[in-house]
Design a protein around this ligand. Structure first.
Ligand SMILES: [Zn+2]
Length: 255
């Protein structure tokens, strides 16, 4: 059966001299792996080897989901903006891609996640301001990571203590706040002793997490703190540290 969809390539490995095995995140079918026969030939019908992050219309035959699908058509559109020139932006995209690959299953569609992922790639590719490119990339990465957690049903509770349900109040400066990955959200001072894995948050990071509109204008210190929390949370959720995490933490823009 031939299936038409739109897709983003999230992985591409060489299979032979002339072919690749490619993994796509598609809008209506979810994640699929396919063989792209002849993709590395000079006159490939895919306009050259299939590249990670390239996106476009796709046709594949999926006669048996136990086996690899066969890629028949892919009008790949590469990125020519920031993704071609800014290493931190590129690493943010590799990290987002690794997370999408790790947190979704084959043939399990998430159309809204697909739309968020495509928008994330488009927005990061359009960043032009070189002075703030890294900070802006990190904002987009954080917002995408939160959208991803929401779409796969793992969104942490960020507006109240998960344990006692006391609402987090931005103005209440006595409210010490922690994040616990095992509790999947914020934990207040009265409850923190029961959660050995908790990490104390600064007021600014807690404020931004409880009101995501503040993230776009947060300073680099706050963004770094939030990204560290998210990496900790993804590590806990996946049971392993994402491979790309070191390329984000090691190069987080300093304030
Ligand atoms: Zn509490």
């Amino acid at each position: 059966m031939l299936v038409k969809d739109v897709a983003i390539c999230i992985r591409a490995v060489d299979y032979s001299e002339t072919s690749q095995i490619v993994t796509f995140f598609t809008r209506r079918t979810g994640k699929i792996s396919a063989i792209a026969k002849g993709s590395k030939r000079p006159k490939s019908k895919f306009d050259g080897p299939v590249e990670v992050f390239s996106h476009g219309k796709i046709v594949f035959s999926d006669s048996n989901r136990e086996k690899l699908a066969t890629l028949t058509e892919f009008e790949q559109q590469p990125w020519r903006g920031s993704l071609a020139s800014n290493l931190f932006a590129l690493n943010c995209c590799f990290f987002a891609t690794e997370l999408v690959n790790s947190l979704t299953d084959d043939y399990d569609p998430h159309p809204e996640l697909f739309d968020s992922f495509l928008r994330f790639l488009q927005n990061i590719n359009e960043i032009r301001d070189t002075l703030h490119a890294s900070r802006d990339s990190l904002v987009l990465l954080i917002l995408f990571q939160l959208a991803l957690l929401k779409e796969v049903g793992l969104m942490p509770i960020l507006n109240a203590c998960v344990n006692c349900k006391t609402r987090y109040a931005i103005r209440d400066t006595r409210y010490e706040v922690y994040f616990s990955s095992s509790a999947n959200g914020l934990i207040c001072r009265d409850c923190e002793a029961s959660f050995p894995d908790k990490i104390r948050l600064t007021r600014n990071a807690a404020n931004a997490l409880s009101n995501l509109k503040l993230i776009a204008d947060a300073n680099e210190e706050v963004l770094s703190e939030i990204e560290k929390i998210l990496i900790h949370h993804f590590t806990d959720t996946l049971g392993r540290r994402p491979k790309m995490a070191k390329h984000i933490l090691g190069t987080i823009p300093s304030s």
